[in-house]
Design a protein around this ligand. Structure first.
Ligand SMILES: C[S@@+](CC[C@H](N)C(=O)[O-])C[C@H]1O[C@@H](n2cnc3c(N)ncnc32)[C@H](O)[C@@H]1O
Length: 220
């Protein structure tokens, strides 16, 4: 049987990890770079009306909402949205709703910015063009887009367990109850990132640090 387009195992994994998801931001070796990103993301999106996709528990929403005009943040999993809605963010600054990050059905149009944190790495290479096209169609020309994700860091990242025929890479992850999940996790090069948005981006900049990459661009 053909594998479904969106990886339900990945969705299940994040639903089940919702309560402990933010532990990923506690890794001691990453604190310096995370501090930089917590300052940088709100700066990049300052004053903008932001469509945030795959927002998870709203970890980045809480920082972006301090400077943005408004954040419309969506995720596919109710379990993470429930946690996000408990974040101390004034309701006028952020609202959370359920939507698929690739189809973006039900997402508001007309935003002048978008943010996706740690989502790109979970999108199959064959789905990236559709994701980029659908996201772009939801935004106004000249909108600012910021995409943040992981670089592979030996000794800090979970090891890659396999690579499929399309070049997607996978990790085997464990929940505290011992359940095992194979999760799609890609680590694109800056060149691959720039190429993926070439058709819609006026100028894409990719910044890399040890543990993270950040791509920012304005829409044509
Ligand atoms: C690695 S987490 C990132 C969460 C958050 N953006 C952050 O940076 O902390 C990936 C998120 O993607 C969500 N997700 C998985 N499949 C999705 C889909 N098809 N549409 C929208 N969200 C999805 C999961 O529920 C999870 O919250």
């Amino acid at each position: 049987m053909a594998e479904p387009r969106t990886a339900p195992r990945m969705q299940q994994y994040y639903a089940k990890r919702a309560a402990i998801y933010e532990q990923v931001y506690d890794k001691p070796e990453r604190q310096h770079e995370l501090e930089w990103l917590r300052r940088r993301m709100p700066e990049v999106l300052r004053g903008r009306t932001v469509l945030e996709v795959a927002c998870g528990t709203g970890y980045w929403t809480q920082f972006i909402a301090r400077e943005a005009a408004k954040v419309y943040a969506c995720d596919i999993n109710d379990a993470v949205l429930e946690i996000a809605r408990e974040k101390p963010i004034p309701p006028a600054r952020a609202s959370f709703f359920k939507a698929d990050a690739i189809t973006l059905e039900g997402a508001p149009g007309g935003c002048d910015a978008a943010f996706a944190g740690f989502w790109w790495s979970h999108v199959k290479k064959s789905d990236l063009a559709r994701f980029v096209a659908n996201l772009s169609q939801k935004l106004v020309p000249g909108a600012v887009v910021a995409i943040l994700d992981n670089r592979y860091a030996e000794g800090s990242s979970t090891a890659i367990s396999r690579r499929d025929a399309e070049g997607n890479t996978y990790q085997v992850r464990h929940l505290p109850n011992g359940e095992e999940y194979e999760v799609l996790k890609n680590f694109p090069t800056p060149e691959e990132l720039a190429e993926a948005v070439r058709g819609v981006a006026r100028e894409a900049q990719v910044e890399t640090v040890t543990y993270y990459w950040l791509m920012t661009f304005t829409l044509k």
